[in-house]
Design a protein around this ligand. Structure first.
Ligand code: NI
Length: 387
């Protein structure tokens, strides 16, 4: 079965919404304009309930099917953009310097709105659909904020499904896997306190830049020498702040970075080894250090049964040859992980073709994916709520 005719008809209109959202990106929890746009559209479609302010700026809408049914499934889209300046030169490029929809959440929000319009028109299912529009996916744990606001209980959500566009996978294809599909993304900030002085007299200082440089190399031992080679781990130092000019050795240096893992054992190991390596290496040079280590969301881990439902819905639309049921896991993080900890569900990748990588200033969501995304949501609802 191809994409739904009605979804194809909606593509033009939904693209316009997508481009409007793209021009007006908002960061983290400050998605007020986006949330009110979403709320207004949902009311136009005649959904049964629209509740703003869940998890600060999230929106949840309920659509009830024609048939009797006590079951409710949740479909989630994220709404926030990134702190990045767009350089695509597209007519609908961001109007706000320093903010950009570089992860395609404008596409996710628009596709879920398109599905809402379709489902409110047709209602060919039994039970209810909860449409979840989430703020602050990009490092703000917006999913957790919505859960902590009681969303799952309040709307009786029994299963949850998420979708993310994926550049490099052709438009018209889907990819998913059972178990871990996205990593746990933790972050650290290490502040090395040495003793500054004249750059011409290094012997009278404890040089935090020298120590920090060694630390950048030594932390690679975690992936290379400590972790089980069959279990993935990434340790990246992404920022190194120190010093002011040519002839001064500073007092302090600060290293920022991220740790990505796919299982709790390796996650614990990485944190413990970072603490040991920092303490040992810094101590060996007579300096001290503080470590600020933040565990963000857990691994995004798909449940078996719900992954099968997702595969079957996607296959109904594009055929089994266009659905990869065992895609390689990604080392990026995704806070939908919290929803999958709270309820069974599945997170799927939808092909977004040959655009630039996610989080790149050249990236733009490919609107050709819209009718596939809408069709997937509709198929999933109509098949999961068919009894
Ligand atoms: Ni994203």
């Amino acid at each position: 079965m191809p994409i739904l005719n009605r979804a194809a008809e909606l593509q033009g209109e939904v693209s316009e919404w997508r481009r409007y959202l793209h021009e007006n990106p908002e960061i983290l929890y400050e998605v007020e304009n986006t949330a009110s746009f979403v709320e207004q559209k949902l009311k136009e479609f005649g959904v049964d309930e629209v509740v703003p302010g869940i998890g600060r700026t999230g929106v949840v809408a309920i659509i009830r099917g024609k048939g009797e049914g006590s079951r409710t499934i949740g479909l989630r889209a994220d709404m926030d953009a990134l702190p990045l300046t767009e350089i695509t030169g597209k007519p609908w490029a961001s109007k706000i310097p320093g903010k950009m929809h570089a992860c395609g959440h404008d596409g996710h929000t628009s596709m879920l709105l398109g599905a809402a319009k379709y489902l409110a028109e047709t209602r060919n299912f039994n039970g209810s659909v909860a449409l979840i529009f989430q703020p602050a996916e990009e490092g703000g744990a917006g999913a957790l904020a919505m859960i902590e606001d009681g969303m799952m209980e309040r709307f009786g959500i029994q299963e949850v499904y998420g979708m993310h566009n994926m550049p490099g996978i052709p438009v018209g294809q889907f990819a998913i896997r059972k178990g871990g599909i996205m990593a746990a993304p933790d972050r650290f900030t290490i502040t090395i306190k040495g003793r500054g002085g004249h750059a011409a007299q290094p012997h009278k200082t404890i040089d935090p830049i020298f120590i920090g440089s060694q630390l950048v190399g030594s932390l690679q031992a975690i992936a290379g020498r400590n972790a089980d080679p069959l279990r993935s781990v990434v340790v990246s130092v992404t920022r190194f702040d120190a010093g002011t000019t040519h002839n001064i050795i500073p007092d302090e240096a600060t290293l920022w970075g991220t740790v990505r893992t796919h299982d709790e054992t390796t996650r614990d190991l990485a944190e413990n080894r970072i603490r040991q390596i920092v303490e040992g290496l810094v101590g060996a040079h007579g300096a001290t250090a503080t470590i600020d280590y933040l565990r963000q969301c857990p691994v995004t881990s798909n449940h078996d049964r719900e992954t099968d439902h997702a595969i079957s819905a996607a296959s109904d639309i594009v055929g089994t040859s266009n659905v990869d049921p065992n895609v390689d896991p990604s080392m990026a993080g995704e806070d939908f992980a919290f929803m999958l900890k709270s309820r069974p569900g599945a997170f799927i990748f939808i092909g977004n073709g040959e655009t630039a990588a996610l989080h790149n200033p050249h990236y733009d969501f490919d609107d050709e994916a819209i009718s596939f995304g809408i069709s997937y949501w509709v198929k999933l609802v109509e098949s999961r709520l068919s009894e």
